[in-house]
Design a protein around this ligand. Structure first.
Ligand code: PEP
Ligand code: MN
Length: 336
């Protein structure tokens, strides 16, 4: 971090800033230029830069090291592959996770698993605990749903991803799922993140709809600093001033995240767009932008789905999309 002093800053003001930096635990290096004094602060501390910006005589504070050190690309420049049996996420192969929004019945999840597996998905998605905006909406089947999800995945050669909404659900979801999903609404549930840091299962963290990329990586930092660096980070759409779709899929977050962190990057065009006709072009775009994985909602009877029917792809649409993605990834030297 560099503290740039104002041109007219006095010696007393400069000394006060140096004292403050020392008290915060930084080593301070002073550079007195022709017009301004710069104070280089070196140390592994995370500080709120506003605290320094408000000191008298300070012009600006420039952060030169990232506050999310353990999640930073500098920490693992080669990137990281997450391995779940024979499925590897973060390498040359783009991985597709697909399935219903929510597990509704044994037959429903088995039918969908059979379709998505045939089309080339490697991981089955499905919520057993659903974070619903309304308390009157379907909340998920709980453990029964997890059991159906696991059975369907095993029958069709798939791995499982499912959401964990609170700390008490971690042991149960871990028993059935290969990847624990943290939903967008829980991105800053720091107690949950800390507990997931103590687990040995991969965790997919979804970006909150109003979270910056830096805030997202500070959330992954909670997981990694607890000892679990098996993290996937998922762009699922953010709130902008644009209202034509459910959210705005921040495609540019994909290459930005790839540069800032070593975690595999996942994109979720289903929740971002909220409409099946828009999911397909955005899925293509996300893969073209470098996503390591996609998570997509698929339903064979979306008109009667308990949750998110309008954004679920029909099995034939999903199959068509997979064919298109094969062409896109091959142009990028990847496979799917
Ligand atoms: C989901 O993937 O099931 C989900 C609820 O998504 P999000 O947390 O992104 O809204
Ligand atoms: Mn959904």
């Amino acid at each position: 971090m560099i503290v740039v002093m104002e041109e007219k800053a006095t010696e007393t003001q400069i000394s006060k800033v140096i004292d403050r930096l020392t008290n915060l635990g930084f080593d301070t290096h002073r550079s007195t230029g022709v017009t301004r004094t710069l104070l280089g602060a070196v140390g592994a501390k995370v500080v709120d830069t506003r605290e320094l910006e408000l000191l008298e005589g300070v012009a600006e504070v420039v952060r030169i090291t990232t506050p999310y050190k353990l999640s930073s690309r500098e920490f693992k420049p080669e990137g990281m592959e997450i391995r779940i049996g024979d499925v590897r996420i973060g390498g040359d192969r783009v991985v597709v996770m697909a399935g219903p929004c929510a597990v509704e019945s044994r037959e429903q999840v088995d039918t969908i698993a059979s379709y998505v597996s045939r089309s080339g998905a490697r991981i089955l998605r499905g919520g057993a605990f659903k974070p619903r905006t309304s308390p009157y909406s379907f909340q998920g089947l709980g453990e029964e749903g997890l059991r159906y999800l696991r059975e369907a995945a095993d029958r069709h050669g798939l791995k499982v991803i499912s959401e964990v909404m609170e700390i008490s659900q971690i042991p149960m979801v871990s028993e059935y799922a290969d990847i624990l999903q943290v939903g967008a609404r829980n991105m800053q549930n720091f107690n949950l993140l800390r507990e997931l840091g103590r687990q040995r299962k991969p965790v997919m963290l979804k970006r909150g709809p109003a979270a910056t990329i830096e805030e997202t990586l500070l959330s992954t930092e909670y997981i990694v600093s607890g000892g679990n660096n098996q993290v996937l980070v998922c762009e699922r759409g953010i709130r902008t001033f644009e209202t034509s779709l459910r959210y705005t899929l921040d495609i540019s977050a994909i290459p930005v995240l790839k540069k800032l962190t070593y975690f595999p990057v996942v994109a979720d065009p289903s929740h971002a767009t909220g409409r099946r006709d828009k999911v397909i072009p955005m899925a293509r775009a996300a893969v073209a932008a470098g996503a390591d994985a996609l998570i997509l909602e698929v339903h064979h009877d979306p008109d009667n789905a308990q949750c998110d029917g309008p954004q679920a792809l029909l099995p034939a649409q999903f199959d068509g999309l997979m064919g298109q993605l094969r062409v896109i990834v091959s142009a990028m030297g990847r496979t799917i």
